[in-house]
Design a protein around this ligand. Sequence first.
Ligand code: IMP
Ligand code: MG
Length: 176
Amino acid sequence: MINESDIKPLLSEEEIQNGIKKLANVLNERYKNQEVYLICVLKGSVMFFTDLAKLLKMPVKMEFIRLSSYGSGTTSSGKVNAVDIKLPDLNDKNVLIIEDIIDTGHTAKFLMDFLNHNFKFKDIKFCALLDKKIKREANIEADYYCFEVDDKYLVGYGLDIDGHYRNLPYIGYIEV
Ligand code: IMP
Ligand code: MG
């Protein structure tokens, strides 16, 4: 396990919360009184999901799915594993996918393909807290994101290294 002193600060708790507030304002304006299904992609987006949800004013329902792509290493395997992807009938619904980070984009692409294959949405949008644009391999972009980040391995606020440090209130990076 790495030490917390090896984690270099990147985004403070305050910066993260301000970024989420800005996104919530945009979403509140866009959806007004329309019902939206928020889909939390576990485990990484748990913090972002709950903090964002608390600021949303339209009626929301919450769903949780679990995907995994990273093994225990720090580079994307490119292979996405649907650990648990059970969802209610989302035909004709507004859906917001809530993800921690888009890196290579394989996870996001896999999920969007799966969902579009199974449902005819009223509307579906992809929200990511972080966008590592420089690492993109799959042809997919976030509809909304809070911060663009460099090619560094990030931890904290949901993001882990070997399962650790998801509980940090800030985001930092480690040199690998
Ligand atoms: P992608 O499929 O390469 O876009 O990666 C998506 C998933 O990998 C994200 O949802 C994260 O859970 C994880 N991930 C990507 N970059 C990082 C990072 O820098 N730190 C921790 N997890 C990451
Ligand atoms: Mg994730």
